[in-house]
Design a protein around this ligand. Structure first.
Ligand code: GTP
Ligand code: MG
Length: 140
């Protein structure tokens, strides 16, 4: 069974995406811990926000096949450092989240993900459903 791990800053939409992908199976909790739900691994935003926690992301990624970097399209900045994706010996996909939101700048978010080392980028929204099937297909 393939597993997918989500990394992104706080409130970027990681839990919402997992909820949509797992057909509502996942019930988010606000704990500073890595969460496992079936094929999905959720990580706390703090693990990206503070580089002291990068080792925890690298360790957790050993359990996954695909690592998803989530960048909120409504944000005008990014906490992903350049070539962040290269730390992981896994397939890395960039997801532009909240593509439906008013004020979303999907191109800017995609540029942030590109400079963080993501080669494949998917626009997604749990409101419109855009990109959800494409992400789910990566698990097959
Ligand atoms: N418009 C819109 N809002 C979204 C979308 N996805 C998430 N949100 C909203 O963004 C906020 C944060 O979403 P979460 O899924 O909790 O984000 P998270 O990355 O899990 O946040 P933490 O667990 O705090 O790190 C919530 O208020 C969601 O309703 C989306 O696709 N479109
Ligand atoms: Mg969450």
């Amino acid at each position: 069974m393939k597993k997918m791990m989500f990394v992104g800053e706080t409130r970027s939409g990681k839990s919402s995406l997992i909820k949509a992908l797992s057909f509502g199976d996942y019930v988010p909790r606000r704990a500073m811990a890595v969460e496992y739900c079936g094929q999905f691994i959720n990580t706390p935003g703090e693990f990206l926000e503070n580089s002291r926690f990068y080792h925890a992301l690298i360790t957790s990624s050993a359990d996954c096949h695909v690592l998803v970097m989530v960048q909120d399209a409504t944000r005008r900045s990014s906490l992903f450092p350049p070539l962040f994706a290269c730390m992981f010996n896994r397939k890395v996909v960039g997801v532009v989240s909240k593509s439906d939101a008013a004020g979303a700048d999907c191109d800017l978010a995609a540029r942030f993900l590109h400079s963080a080392g993501a080669k494949d980028i998917i626009r997604a929204s749990v409101v419109s459903g855009e990109g959800v099937d494409m992400l789910r297909a990566l698990l097959n």
